[in-house]
Design a protein around this ligand. Structure first.
Ligand code: ATP
Ligand code: BUA
Length: 358
């Protein structure tokens, strides 16, 4: 077995995932869930640094994985400045941006910081991030919103979308850079990206109120009505932000962020659950149709991924709406841990040169 060992760290809003890969083989995988009570004492994500790091070190120790056997640490990062796809060495500038949350707060900001902290304690080990949520390959025309004060931003599930894109390309015996894909990541947030010859030339900002609604996010809302609510005196800025991200979408309509629960309620005949599940599916189908126009109809595949891609009702609904565009392939769930580890391995093997964050 190959000697290289990579530690992958993926801090999510409600979990910390840890994996250790020995070459291409996963030798340790753990998903530690954090309850709302456990996290509610922290006002800012950055304050969870020690808590999450200690958990990671404790888990490795109880699995008898010696920290000094690790050759590279790859963290899921983070809301750094918009950057192109790839693997980045964690440097001082990146750490500053992750600490202050230059583009906002996101649990994955801790990924690069914890990876760096662990790597610093080892003599020859370096820390990296790979395909963070701010990967930005948008074409200029897609950046223009409806007003010069607002520029559209590329914030999406870049790590999983890129990994699934490569898996699908391989199945066609083609290079990712040779084909066009539409990928819908259907998780706690939903992003729908147009991949043109290996670049995501348009995608909804899945974090800040664009695109389909999702389990926890409102997606695009009618802006005049939203502005009116903001100035009504009924809500604070923090409450409106929570409406957009955290307590929107299924949480607002159905009181749960569990799409599976909504699926079961719809299956049992709950009419509201049926309507809301259909509406989420409808918005995903509509977004895919939009991205088909972005790709001028030249689409080699539509890929559905993320936890909700397990939902057969949503998948059938979307297939009926957009099946005429291209073959639809479903990759339920995600394998971000493997994607992180593979990126680290590629650096260790000298197959890719890590990029410098500026
Ligand atoms: N077998 C399943 N059937 C239906 N829905 C499922 C299934 N498994 C997970 N889900 C739903 O998928 C959603 C979570 O998806 P996922 O785990 O991809 O999101 P996340 O990792 O929390 O967030 P994100 O993908 O935005 O980073 C939940 O609403 C969950 O109920
Ligand atoms: C926006 C991409 C990541 C997330 O859903 O939190």
């Amino acid at each position: 077995m190959e000697d290289f060992r990579v530690l992958a760290i993926n801090p999510g809003s409600t979990s910390t995932k840890i994996a250790v890969y020995q070459g291409n083989k996963s030798i340790f995988l753990k998903n530690i869930k954090h309850s709302t009570e456990e996290l509610q004492g922290y006002c800012h994500i950055s304050e969870q640094f020690e808590f999450r790091k200690e958990i990671i070190l404790r888990e490795l120790e109880s699995a008898d994985i010696k920290i000094d056997s690790i050759h590279a640490v790859v963290g899921r990062g983070g809301l750094v400045k918009p950057i192109e796809s790839g693997v980045y060495l964690v440097n001082e500038r990146m750490k500053e941006d992750l600490k202050v949350g230059i583009l906002g707060e996101h649990a994955s900001n801790l990924g690069g910081l914890i990876a760096d902290n662990i790597a610093q304690s080892l003599p020859n080990t370096k820390a990296y991030i790979a395909d963070p949520v701010v990967v930005d390959e948008m074409q200029p025309v897609a950046r223009v919103s409806g007003h010069p004060r607002f520029e559209r931003l590329s914030i999406f599930h870049a790590l999983n979308q890129k990994a699934i894109a490569r898996t699908y390309s391989k199945s066609l015996d083609k290079k990712y850079e040779e084909i066009n894909l539409i990928i819908a990541h259907l998780g706690g947030g939903i992003s729908v990206g147009a991949h043109h010859n290996g670049r995501v030339i348009d995608v909804n900002n899945a974090l800040d109120g664009e695109g389909p609604f999702s389990p926890e996010r409102s997606g695009t809302l009618p802006s005049a009505a939203l502005a009116k609510l903001c100035f009504s005196g009924e809500v604070t800025l923090a409450e409106v932000k929570k409406m957009i991200n955290g307590q929107g979408g299924l949480v607002a309509f159905m009181g749960t962020n569990d799409a599976y629960e909504v699926e079961m309620r719809a299956k049992a005949g709950d009419e509201k659950a049926v309507l809301i599940q259909d509406a989420m599916s409808y918005q995903v189908g509509k977004a895919i149709g939009g991205m088909a126009a972005v790709l001028k109809g030249k689409v080699d595949g539509i890929l559905l991924t993320g936890g909700i891609a397990h939902n057969p009702f949503l998948v059938d609904y979307v297939k009926e709406m957009v099946g005429f565009i291209a073959p639809i392939v479903v990759y339920p769930g995600e394998d971000e841990m493997q994607a992180l580890a593979i990126n680290g391995l590629m650096v260790l093997r000298g197959e890719v040169e890590p990029k410098e964050y500026r």
